[in-house]
Design a protein around this ligand. Structure first.
Ligand code: HEC
Ligand code: HEC
Ligand code: HEC
Ligand code: HEC
Length: 96
């Protein structure tokens, strides 16, 4: 089901910037287990955020200001809504 959804998103957005959910693109790469312990979501999201940082590095190691400025203040999924077609740059208004 997720696979079919990812495919239809790819087709409808081909030629444009890929705008499908992050979880879909990552699950295609390496499955639900790449972020979820044994494939199941945690209660607090802590395991998932550790997973992001273990592949991408912690906020302070990013080159971009938007990441560095939030070191110690935010978790990845405060801005990246991974299971929806959402852009992190649209999250700013939620807090600022
Ligand atoms: C890129 C990392 C990533 C991948 C891959 C991923 N998820 Fe998630 N998922 C998350 C994050 C982050 C949350 C929110 C965590 C929290 O607050 O508990 C979440 C939440 C969930 C939830 C809780 C309901 C919701 O939508 O908030 C379910 C169920 C879930 N994921 C299932 C899956 C399944 C099934 C797969 C594989 C098809 C998958 N996830 C792949 C990161 C991921
Ligand atoms: C198993 C390693 C791994 C994990 C875990 C992981 N990523 Fe990724 N991620 C990648 C790779 C590989 C790419 C594609 C190459 C790139 O852009 O760095 C990618 C791409 C991305 C992109 C840009 C492309 C897209 O799909 O939108 C974002 C944003 C992203 N990851 C955020 C996250 C977040 C947030 C989490 C945790 C919820 C996470 N990643 C967890 C490996 C991972
Ligand atoms: C303050 C909000 C915010 C937080 C917190 C955040 N990001 Fe981002 N991230 C963005 C924005 C904005 C972009 C630009 C693309 C977009 O709008 O989706 C981006 C882009 C990315 C990209 C693709 C481009 C690049 O710079 O490589 C990756 C990968 C990524 N983020 C990973 C992460 C990970 C991993 C975390 C947690 C350690 C994280 N982000 C936390 C806002 C955030
Ligand atoms: C979940 C809430 C949240 C989101 C979403 C969020 N921020 Fe922040 N932001 C914070 C917090 C908390 C701080 C640290 C406390 C402070 O300095 O205000 C901060 C700090 C900052 C700072 C540094 C402020 C300073 O005085 O140095 C900038 C710049 C910033 N955010 C821009 C953004 C942008 C751009 C986005 C969207 C891509 C974004 N933020 C998304 C909560 C958020």
């Amino acid at each position: 089901m997720f696979k079919a959804l990812g495919l239809s998103i790819l087709i409808s957005f081909s030629g444009a910037v890929f705008a499908g959910g992050i979880a879909d693109s990552h699950a295609e790469m390496s499955g639900c287990e790449s972020c979820h312990e044994d494939g199941a979501p945690s209660d607090d999201g802590a395991f998932e955020n550790e997973a992001c940082a273990s592949c991408h590095g912690p906020l302070k190691e990013f080159d971009s200001d938007v990441h560095n400025k939030h070191e110690g203040a935010l978790l990845c999924n405060d801005c990246h809504v991974v299971h929806e077609e959402a852009l992190a740059k649209d999250s700013c208004d939620n807090c600022h």
